[in-house]
Design a protein. Structure first.
Length: 250
């Protein structure tokens, strides 16, 4: 009997593992084609040196995922900038890119209000600051923005594409974002496709940030991959089909 129970348990575990692997969606790029791999991390070992937690928030790898939590109460109290006091986890990936495809999976807790993917050209001092921002907010929905050039007088942030789709706490989502030239395409598992075009997007990127909004919540990441974005000769045709819908903010 014990041997039978062990066999059943083993089979259940194996089936759950297979189901988890099958759950990963086949998000395929449409703006571009996958080129050489620039970075890949499935969090099966120690944290790679390219990762840099921000604002003293705390990150650790456990069970094959990267898990973030806020800074300690003491560190939050010591923060000089209360807009960046470490109440929600944020981490930077120091990986210079230009035209690229980024794919990742994330899961937020119920105290996190939004998850962000932000590309940067240095800081507002060393470069021109944030370039683009993908915001997945559980109240206001999904949005893709061009961020202001801090060296350009009068420049401002601008939301270029949005949708009412909202992520739910405790659920894994896969995201694929393509950046090639002055265009960006974002695909969200179970959600919309966002398309935007702006000269700001063509800026060379020094790093990307995976950040959150909220207070006291946690976030988990998995399967972070970056490829070079090679040309897709079918993009013009695909864009012509998608743009009428994207203008309606599907």
């Amino acid at each position: 009997m014990k041997r039978t129970l062990k066999l059943i348990t083993a089979l259940l575990l194996a089936s759950l593992t297979a189901l988890h692997a099958a759950d990963a969606p086949k998000l395929e790029p449409i703006l571009s084609k996958r080129g050489d791999v620039i970075f890949s991390d499935s969090f099966d070992g120690p944290m790679k040196p390219e990762w840099q937690p921000g604002m003293k928030t705390r990150f650790a790898i456990a069970d094959g995922t990267l898990n973030g939590q806020p800074a300690t109460a003491e560190d939050q109290a010591k923060a000089h900038d209360k807009k960046h006091d470490g109440k929600s986890p944020a981490i930077q990936l120091n990986m210079p890119t230009s035209d690229c495809i980024v794919q990742y999976a994330f899961k937020i807790s119920d105290k996190i209000t939004a998850q962000h993917l932000v590309f940067n050209d240095g800081t507002s001092v060393t470069g021109t600051g944030h370039i683009s921002s993908l915001q997945l907010h559980f109240r206001t929905g999904a949005s893709l923005s061009k961020k202001k050039n801090t060296k350009k007088l009068g420049d401002a942030d601008e939301v270029l594409a949005s949708n009412e789709w909202k992520p739910k706490p405790g659920q894994w989502y896969h995201v694929l974002q393509e950046m090639r030239g002055d265009e960006v395409v974002v695909q969200i598992e179970g959600g919309p496709t966002l398309i935007a075009k702006h000269p700001r997007f063509a800026t060379a990127k020094t790093w990307l940030s995976l950040s959150t909004w909220g207070s006291g919540g946690t976030v988990s990441y998995d399967d972070v991959q970056i490829w070079k974005a090679d040309p897709n000769p079918q993009w013009e045709t695909t864009r012509a089909k998608l743009m009428p819908s994207s203008k309606k903010r599907i």
